[in-house]
Design a protein around this ligand. Structure first.
Ligand code: C5P
Length: 225
C-alpha cells in the first residue's frame, strides 16, 4: 500500500516585528498555500480570558477558556482576514500591544499550548501550509520540509510595529513600544515550554535593512529549494 505524500509545510518563526506576519501572508498567496497565523490564536485566548474577567495568571481558568474558545478566520474584502472570537469580530482588539502582552502571558502555560495543538495541526491541508509563529518549526510541525527563522534588530522591529500601529490609528510611542517588544521577546525566549528559538534545520534570515520584497524572495527561495 502506498502512502500519500505529506502535505508540505513552510514554517516561519521569529520574534514580533521581524516581518513574519506580512511575509507569511505574501508567501502563502504566492504559493497558493493556506496560512496559519498562530499568534492570533494566543491573542484570541488572551482576549477571551480578559472578556470573561479571568485572572490571566489562573492556569486552570485560562486553560478551560483556551479549550472552550471558538476561533474562526474569515476572509474579508481586500485580502484581509478577520478573526472571530466566540462569534465576535475581535480583529481590531487583537492587534494592540496589550493583546500581544496578554497572549505572551497565557502562552507560557503548557496546558494552554496543548489546548491549541489540534486546531493548528488541522490547518495542514493540500496543497500546502505556511505556518507563522514562534514554535512552528520546533514543536508543531517539526517534520516541515522548509523552515525559516526571521530576525531583525530590536530597534528596527520597534520601528516597524510603530509604523503599523500608527497607520491603524493607535496611540503609541516608539520608546514605549521598543521596551514592550523587548520584554515580550525575553519572556517568549526564556519560557520553559516551546521557547522562541530557531529549529536546528531552520534557515536564518536577518531582515534588518531589507525591504519586504527582498525578504519574500528569500523565503520563497527556501520554500522552493
Ligand atoms: O505573533 P504574535 O505577536 O501575534 O504573537 C503574540 C504572542 O503569542 C507572542 O508574543 C507569543 O508569546 C505567543 N505565541 C506563541 N507561539 C506561537 C505564536 C505566538 O507562544 N506559535
Amino acid at each position: 500500500m502506498s502512502h500519500a505524500p505529506a502535505v508540505p509545510v513552510l514554517t516561519i518563526d521569529g520574534p514580533s516585528g521581524s516581518g513574519k506576519g506580512t511575509v507569511s501572508a505574501l508567501v502563502a498567496e504566492r504559493l497558493g498555500w493556506r496560512l496559519l497565523d498562530s499568534g492570533a490564536l494566543y491573542r484570541a485566548v488572551g482576549y477571551a480570558a480578559g472578556a470573561e474577567g479571568l485572572d490571566l495568571s489562573d492556569v486552570e481558568a485560562v486553560t478551560r477558556c483556551a479549550q472552550g474558545t471558538k476561533i474562526q478566520f474569515r476572509a474579508a474584502s481586500g485580502g484581509e482576514t478577520r478573526v472571530i472570537v466566540n462569534g465576535h469580530d475581535a480583529t481590531d482588539e487583537l492587534r494592540t500591544e496589550t493583546a500581544g502582552a496578554a497572549a505572551s502571558a497565557i502562552a507560557s502555560m503548557p496546558s494552554v499550548r496543548e489546548a491549541l495543538v489540534a486546531l493548528q495541526l488541522g490547518f495542514r491541508r493540500a496543497p500546502g501550509l505556511v505556518a507563522d509563529g514562534r514554535d512552528m518549526g520546533t514543536v508543531i510541525f517539526p517534520d516541515a520540509a522548509h523552515k525559516v527563522f526571521l530576525t531583525a534588530s530590536a530597534a528596527e522591529r520597534a520601528k516597524r510595529r510603530y509604523k503599523q500601529l500608527k497607520e491603524k490609528g493607535l496611540n503609541v510611542t516608539l520608546g514605549g513600544l521598543q521596551r514592550e517588544i523587548e520584554a515580550r521577546d525575553s519572556r517568549d525566549a526564556s519560557r520553559a515550554v516551546a521557547p522562541l528559538k530557531p529549529a536546528e534545520d531552520a534557515v536564518l534570515v536577518d531582515t534588518t535593512g531589507m525591504g519586504i520584497d527582498e525578504v519574500v524572495a528569500k523565503v520563497l527561495a527556501v520554500a522552493q529549494s
